[in-house]
Design a binder for this molecule. Structure first.
Ligand SMILES: Cc1ncc(COP(=O)(O)O)c(C=O)c1O
Length: 358
């Protein structure tokens, strides 16, 4: 047969429709791009510590962060409970990444998205949320027990609308469930059950408690460790039983907490330690310099914690954490000289990393 444009198209169409695609490998739209992220070996740190330091590359989720898993489960939970019906509105209080995940899901699933966030978050995340069609309101930073805290704004707004849900990422355990059903099993399967410890910074607590809960069921000897940024109460709570902040406020976003959320309550945590900004930030740039990984500071904190744990546990252990999101979301803040200088983080940064700053 002589191939013309017309019969060429016919041949292609019929062979495409006959082809048996692997349903395992094809993801169903954006929603299908949640989970099954790569587990990445951090080569230099693994070599140095003689441990396997591995990280789930959560920026590979469809919405670009670890929070896509929670966003998907929160929406599914609202649908199951009949709180959200077609065309309805999803309302959330979020430091950014959950909102970005929700906004992506809302576009893909036909919902409206309204976000309330504290006014100290990066401009990139706010701009992205607006680009994704979300209505964004920034409010002054207030503690949880103040009625003007961003979460209470979100709750009140959802209550004022028909067919709207406040997804309540901090206290709705559908968030933790996302990690019990996806992240935990992925880590278990991908390490062939050889994982010895997991360590994460925590915001809502969903990742740490969900992964920890799943893995402890599989093997109670797996160590579940909380890494807490400066200015958060969780280290003092888990080590000394007091909800007392460590000094300082942190350049990291999305992690650190002033209270015990429902998602964190009952989490099987074996140990906790604080990670200071200087270490989190230097590790963020070390990951860029040595591994080519362009990430945010909560990832730097996670990986510093995994490195510290590897040193404590000694050679031969497998330690898993996650790369929460990419550096694009913090380009104007974390990657800017003036900002690091104003926080006293420039002079403590090895000179070799200064070339990555603007
Ligand atoms: C950048 C980033 N890292 C880590 C986390 C923490 O995840 P979790 O809420 O599951 O504790 C968040 C949460 O918002 C985040 O935005």
């Amino acid at each position: 047969m002589v191939l013309t444009w017309r019969n060429c198209a016919l041949v292609l169409t019929s062979s495409f429709s006959r082809r048996n695609y692997s349903q395992e490998l094809i993801r169903n739209g954006l929603v299908g791009m949640v989970g099954r992220t790569p587990l990445v070996r951090l080569n230099k740190l693994s070599q140095e510590t003689k441990c396997e330091i591995l990280a789930k590359a959560e920026m590979c989720n469809g919405g670009g962060s670890v929070k896509d898993r929670a966003a998907y489960f929160l929406i599914q939970d609202a649908l199951k409970k009949g709180q959200l019906k077609p065309g309805g509105t999803v309302v959330e209080g979020t430091a950014g990444n959950t909102g970005i995940g929700l906004a992506h899901m809302c576009l893909a699933m036909g919902f409206k998205c309204v976000i309330f966030m504290p006014n100290n978050q990066s401009q990139e995340k706010i701009d992205l949320l607006r680009t994704l069609g979300a209505t964004v309101t920034t409010v002054p930073v207030c503690p949880w027990d103040d009625p003007n805290n961003y979460n209470h704004h979100a709750r009140r707004y959802a209550e004022s609308l028909e067919n709207a849900v406040w997804t309540n990422q901090f206290d709705n355990r559908a968030n933790r469930q996302a990690h019990i059903e996806t992240t935990g099993p992925e880590i278990w399967t991908e390490t062939l059950g050889k994982v010895n410890a997991v360590v994460f910074g925590t915001g809502t607590g969903g990742t740490l408690s969900g992964v920890g809960t799943f893995l402890k069921e599989k093997n109670p000897k797996i160590q579940v460790v909380l890494a807490d940024p400066q200015g958060s109460v969780l280290y003092n709570y888990f080590k000394h039983g007091k909800l007392e902040r460590t000094p300082g406020d942190s350049i990291t976003e999305g992690i650190g907490q002033g209270r015990l959320t429902e998602n964190l309550k009952g989490a099987p945590i074996d140990d906790a330690f604080p990670v200071f900004d200087v270490d989190a930030v230097n590790m963020t740039f070390q990951l860029l310099h040595e591994e080519g990984l362009f990430v945010g500071a909560s990832t730097g904190l996670n990986v510093f914690a995994a490195y510290k744990l590897a040193k404590q546990m000694g050679p031969g252990h497998t330690i898993v954490t996650c790369l929460c999101d990419t550096g694009h979301r913090y380009y104007a803040k974390l990657y800017k000289k003036e900002v690091l200088q104003s926080r006293g983080l420039l002079d403590t940064m090895p000179q070799v990393y200064h070339r990555y700053l603007h």
